[in-house]
Structure formats: structure tokens, C-alpha cells
Design a protein around this ligand. Structure first.
Ligand code: 9YT
Length: 134
């Protein structure tokens, strides 16, 4: 089995910083679980537009207060501890953090850990990353 602590990911390449969030990657593709698992902090007072066209993501809030807006219909939903959202339709969305949000995120297919958001807030597929690198 795999046993890993949050502390062991800090200040390593499993801790990824972006303008509005920091993601600590507890499980990635090379762990061969079929999904990746992240403990992510969304910075207070920020909004993050995202559109995971190549991945399904479920996000479980364990601390903080904010809201999510789905952009195709303009609906807004409060986010707080105990709320999960699942982007089962690759929904375009904006996540707004009123206070710092702590989120447990699961991605299918799993992230490799090398992805960065493009301008639409999308993570590329592994093939797209290989094409970009060549
Ligand atoms: C909630 C969310 O999607 N935040 C962006 C970062 C992403 N979850 C990640 O890579 O951990």
C-alpha cells in the first residue's frame, strides 16, 4: 500500500502554487490508482475561472466559505464545509473564495503533476503535454 502524509508533500514538486491556489498532490498518476487526490487551498478573496475539458473533478470542501458559479446557466451555489461538487459535465465554472477554502479534489483521469492551467482554466491531456514538449 501507499502511505503518504500532507507534510511530506510540502516544499516538494507535489506542492504546486498558482495565483489563486496551492495544491498539495497526495496521489498522482504514477501511484496507479486511476485517480489523483489533492489537498488544495484556495486563497481568500480570489476567484478562479476553470474548465476541465479533459478531466472529471470532484471537490469536497472541508474548511472555509465561498461559492461556485456554473457559467452555462449562471447559477451560484454556496460552498462550505461538508459540501461536495462534482463537475460531471466538464462544467465551465468560477470558484470564489470569501475566506480561504480547503478542498479535497479528485481527478479522473489522474493528473501527472506536470499540468498547468491554460487561459481557459483547463489542464491539457498527457498527449497534449507531450506534443507541447516536443
Ligand atoms: C478546486 C480546484 O479545482 N482548484 C484548482 C486546483 C486543482 N484542484 C488542483 O490541481 O488541485
Amino acid at each position: 500500500m501507499i502511505l503518504r502524509t500532507l507534510a511530506s508533500t510540502l516544499c516538494t514538486d507535489r506542492e504546486v502554487d498558482a495565483a489563486t491556489w496551492t495544491s498539495r498532490r497526495l496521489l498522482l498518476k504514477d501511484d496507479r490508482m486511476g485517480f489523483s487526490l489533492h489537498d488544495t487551498l484556495i486563497k481568500a478573496g480570489t476567484e478562479t475561472p476553470m474548465w476541465y475539458q479533459n478531466h472529471l473533478e470532484a471537490v469536497y470542501c472541508i474548511a472555509g466559505e465561498g461559492e461556485i458559479e456554473t457559467l452555462d446557466d449562471g447559477k451560484r451555489y454556496p460552498i462550505g464545509p461538508g459540501t461536495v461538487y462534482a463537475l460531471d459535465r466538464h462544467d465551465r465554472h468560477i470558484l470564489r473564495a470569501r475566506t480561504e477554502l480547503r478542498m479535497v479534489c479528485v481527478f479522473n483521469p489522474p493528473l501527472t503533476g506536470k499540468e498547468t492551467h491554460n487561459a481557459s482554466g483547463t489542464y491539457p491531456t498527457e498527449d497534449e503535454m507531450l506534443a507541447l514538449a516536443s
